[in-house]
Ligand binder design. Sequence first.
Ligand SMILES: [Zn+2]
Length: 245
Amino acid sequence: MDTQHGTQILPHLYRVAWWDLAGKDVVNCDVFAVDCGESVVLIDSGRGGPSYPLMKANLARWGLWDRVELCLLTHLHWDHAGGVSQLRADGVSIWGGRGAAAFSQHERAREYFGGEVPALDRVLEDGEAFACSGVRFEMLDTPGHTSTCVSYFAGIDSVRCAFTGDLVMPNGTIGYSGSFDFDAQKLLGSLRRVAQREFDAVLTGHMLRTTQPSGFWMQDGKSHVLRTLQAGLEGKWNIAGQGRQ
Ligand SMILES: [Zn+2]
């Protein structure tokens, strides 16, 4: 169900609003919310800043905000992790992978974020599984789009979901390939690694503005990963036109 507050993809899976009341997209990346019962888990923080109150309000309209305890970051690009400090100030714990934890050591990290680099409250190990209010998640390192990229896998309403951040873009195209910590060979390796997993749906970092939330993506997610892998093998990198996403 689509509303101004976002998309209810499954009974317990939401995409938080992609437009404000003036019809403008202000959250930018796709922030997903998993309703685990006692608690709610966010996948990525959105860009933060003035969009943060809107994201909170839209979560509240779905009845989710009061139970948000955890935010799992897919990678440290501004549109995915720009809201970290605001979420932490609201008591939300921020988790991510080793690449994200190490990113602050990169000489260009502060320049990229214009100051403070988003920090983690817990660093997850490659392959680590954890449960949130009975929902089991597993994290895999999937670098390439950036050095900080990870993917999360969880069974939600009997659908095996893969949250892949910007590893995969709509219709099997390559995400932005111009980051200073982009690595083509690592990206291809990550796509192969994800393709070896069993899952139904792929929930990408920029998905639902251009595609429907039900149907193809939810039933045949792996085909998009394989198409993205093929595009990479053919060298169809995406350097221009998408800024720093
Ligand atoms: Zn990105």
